[in-house]
Ligand binder design. Sequence first.
Ligand code: FAD
Length: 431
Amino acid sequence: MKYDAVVMGGGLAGLMCGIRLTQSGLSCAIVSAGQNALHFSSGSLDLLTHLPDGQVVEKPLDALDKLSEQSPEHPYSRLGKLSVIKLTHLAEALLQQSGMKLRGSSDENHYRITPLGHKRLTWLSPESVPTAALHSKMNMGNIAVVGIEGFLDFQPQMVSDELQREGFNASPYYVHLPLLDRLRENPSEFRAINVARWLDRPENMAEIVAEIKPLITDAETIFMPACIGLDTEQPLLELQKQLGKPIYLLPTLPPSLLGIRLHETLLRQFRRQGGIVMPGDKVTSVNCIGSRIESVTTRNHGDISLKASQFVLATGSFFNNGLVAEFDRVYEPLMHLDLCHIPERAQWTNKAFFASQPYMTFGVQTDEQLRAKKDGQTIENLYVAGAVLGGFDPLTEGCGAGVSLISGLHAAGEIMRYFERQRAMQAEVAQ
Ligand SMILES: Cc1cc2nc3c(=O)[nH]c(=O)nc-3n(C[C@H](O)[C@H](O)[C@H](O)COP(=O)(O)OP(=O)(O)OC[C@H]3O[C@@H](n4cnc5c(N)ncnc54)[C@H](O)[C@@H]3O)c2cc1C
């Protein structure tokens, strides 16, 4: 099987790269072993919320110069300010074209409300998530925080207490919803996605409305756990219409409906543009000749290798086995690529639990174009994208999704330029 490009890993980085490549007419296959970080995420996308020294970032693109001074190895610093700005705007446009309804802009971060009722800075949030601009007060009137009896991943009392501390007028409520009794029999099944499968059925809408309506007579706004609208927003819009009040969704513990919806939307866009996805398959070996990759072998395709001119490594970090940590060593398992500097074992972690943890910055080392290196030598046709990259801390710097989107788009841009050069050379030879 031969493609223009093969992407290893179908998380945010791999998918965004694939969407850009197929949009430009190139053939692309994505091999993806399993779930990705989006399935566990809030559904909001962070670009840059804090500098490494802890300074809060209000305007992410204006903070890139300071980031370069403090963290020259950060993928944004390596790509350079102009490139990051261009790719950020491209990411915003492609997310919108894919059908994502997101609020926010790279001009200024905004606050989203977390499952604990706190305010947290971010770049883009699903429209159904409650958000507030940085310096204006969020005015939602009386908020009814409606939980579901037996659903332990969302505690309305805790959310409402925290909202009150933040200055909101909020009250907690529980609905019983007998239609979920079947899930209650097995608490491990009582998860956001399974709840959504029941709440999303049109025949259940009347019962949901009848249960919630009496609780919310004094409320102007309703906050609910993100347990409705798995495939489309339609069930949420219908519930909102029937209750006659705006409903906002708060992310729950994983699996995250908001993150899964983002993943499914991007997957659909990639497939619509002709992209090939090999879900549940895993790249098991990479076949190189000199400093170039010729093909990769996967678990499901056995002897039939996937050939391409260009490859992208987007296999994620420790969370998805894109990196592996043993007691005293860290490595990239597919090719044993060069990693950024890894300090002695004792310095991998910081004893202060909430401080930046050094191991979060571990990852693959690249050249200036974000191509992988092995034994100091650049692999000419292997770009690295997303969480497998080293040099940044997605958690304390609040830049996880941004790095994935921007490095994925950077890889796609370099690959597109490669094929443009090839075409120009062929045209010259033909003349
Ligand atoms: C639990 C969690 C929650 C997060 N929440 C947020 C959030 O709310 N907002 C935010 O901005 N950032 C968040 N992040 C940061 C996150 O790192 C990025 O947002 C981004 O989603 C990472 O995408 P990725 O494509 O680089 O990697 P991943 O999403 O990890 O995807 C990598 C994919 O590669 C596959 N893979 C691995 N090895 C192979 C192989 N050999 N062959 C084929 N496939 C392979 C994996 O199965 C996986 O599907 C979160 C991170 C984690 C871990």
